[in-house]
Design a protein around this ligand. Structure first.
Ligand code: GDP
Ligand code: IMO
Ligand code: MG
Length: 433
């Protein structure tokens, strides 16, 4: 079955955009299944750099269907800006399709996101303030607007008439920034959205399943990462969607038996944006050095990413929850200059060695990383030469490092990424579809 999911194995920003772009050449459909424009995926293609947030990475390749699935939350104002970016670069969005079941991010969701963070005070999550949490809250509370509502005038008017007053009261209560819109202005705004993308809205579950039946290649593109999953991540320092394996099915409307391969994207070290536990974090000069070498600044908010060593307790947690069949190990080139590289293999908590990622925040606070040290691979050639020489030609120390990840997790490292460009990739497997 020609279907492949790509999922981040850490706290996001693993390089999913680059890997998706590398693998979507042979895909017919590229599907986003969760999250929203909190994501920031950088793609360097044909000399151009695209920074995508809400659009599936496939839009940069003409001739593909780029699908926003039902599990995604969509900000149609911001999507318009992104579409402009693609068109300005000479691209097309002819292949864009949006699920009629996808929920819409409204301005009041963004305002409520800010107000909630204020309420939390020093326990703030450090969200992207894109309104993601409040939009998913409304979905679960059954008071969300869905993309398909734009196509049903009467329903839209009726929903506005009870949802808007409710939201305004909530905003007043929470001391959120005031919302000046009325039922009519909101209706007009939503009608404007319909004008722009109304003809792209459809039942994407049918589209995806029919495509699979016809033998087409479907790539499911994850956003965020396993450790930001609402159930399995470092709650409450998580995003509000299901980022792990199960999210692919519920968020795109396919059954679990339709998923063929699951590629876990793991960065050769660890980063996280926002608050929350991070056992292998490096502080001070060490953290700054890794941040600088890796260019670790958020695509969505510009915030500096917290940096630390690779944590295989995290990788095991993600692999168990996502069912990874293969790894893509990214940004190995960033570790080029190091004499010694460390990998966290377990935590010491209250004198005990722990190998499974705990749910308890207080345990995580007390957890000390147990490291295995590796000799760095300072013998560095250009990434072009490395790609030419293939996996066997890589420095022995780098291969030892990769082998350790494979042995620890019992998952083959099939893609090795040594630079941001499509070409800076070694594909040891090659049979993705
Ligand atoms: P995503 O959110 O998982 O798609 O990742 P981001 O795009 O937010 O962050 C990853 C960053 O690393 C981007 O700037 C990519 O262009 C870059 N990148 C991806 N793979 C590699 C790699 O192997 N080496 C280097 N040096 N940069 C990479
Ligand atoms: P990509 O797809 C890294 C983080 C935020 C915050 C938490 C909750 O580029 O990997 P939210 O706005 O989702 O309610 O914020 O999740 N976060 C990300 N961190 N990469 C992302 O996406 C992220 N999307 C959300 O920083 O800590
Ligand atoms: Mg990102």
């Amino acid at each position: 079955m020609p279907s492949l999911a790509i999922i981040g194995a850490q706290w996001g920003d693993e390089g999913k955009g680059k890997i998706t772009d590398y693998l979507d050449e042979k895909a017919d459909l590229i599907v986003r299944f969760q999250g929203g424009n909190n994501a920031g995926h950088t793609i360097v293609a044909d000399g151009k750099t695209f920074k995508l947030h809400g659009l599936p990475s496939g839009v940069v390749r003409p001739g593909k269907l780029a699908v926003i699935g039902n599990g995604v939350v969509v900000n149609l104002d911001d999507l318009g800006e992104e579409i402009k970016q693609v068109l300005d670069a000479g691209g097309t969005i002819d292949g864009l399709r949006i699920s009629d079941r996808a929920h819409l991010i409204m301005n009041y969701h963004k305002k409520l996101d800010g107000a909630e963070e204020k309420y939390r005070g020093k326990s703030a999550v450090g969200t992207t303030k894109k309104g993601i949490g409040p939009t998913y809250q409304d979905k679960i509370a059954r008071i969300g607007f869905r993309a398909g509502d734009l196509l049903e005038d009467e329903l839209l008017r009726e929903k506005i008439s009870f949802i808007l007053p409710y939201k305004k009261d909530l905003m007043d209560m929470m001391g959120a920034e005031k919302c000046s819109c009325t039922d009519d202005t909101l209706y007009n705004k939503m009608s404007g959205w319909k004008e722009v993308i109304g003809d792209r809205i459809c039942d994407t579950s049918v589209l995806i399943n029919d495509s699979l039946d016809e033998g087409k290649n479907v790539l499911f593109e994850g956003a965020q990462g396993a450790m930001l999953d609402i159930d399995h991540g470092t709650y409450p320092y998580v995003t509000s969607s299901s980022t792990c394996g199960g999210g692919v099915c519920s968020g795109s409307g396919i059954a679990p038996n339709r998923l063929d391969k699951v590629l876990g994207v793991v960065k050769a070290y660890t980063t996280r944006v926002g608050e929350g536990p991070f056992v292998s974090e490096l502080f001070g000069k060490e953290g700054e050095e890794l941040q600088r070498k890796g260019g670790e600044f958020g695509v969505t908010t510009g915030r500096g990413r917290r940096c630390g060593w690779l944590d295989l307790v995290v990788a095991e947690h993600a692999a168990r929850l996502c069912g990874f069949s293969h790894w893509a190990v990214t940004k190995l080139d960033v570790l080029n200059d190091y004499d010694t590289i460390k990998v966290c293999t377990a935590y010491e908590i209250d004198g005990e060695e722990v190998k499974h990622f705990p749910a308890s925040l207080s345990k995580l606070e007390r957890a000390k990383p147990i490291y295995k040290e590796f000799k760095g691979w300072k013998s560095w050639a250009s990434s072009d030469d490395m790609v030419k020489n293939g996996y066997e030609g890589l420095p022995q120390e780098m291969k030892d490092y990769i082998k350790f990840i494979e042995d620890y997790t019992k998952i083959p490292a099939s893609i090795i990424s040594i630079g941001p460009k499509r070409s800076e990739t070694i594909d040891r497997y090659g049979k993705w579809y």
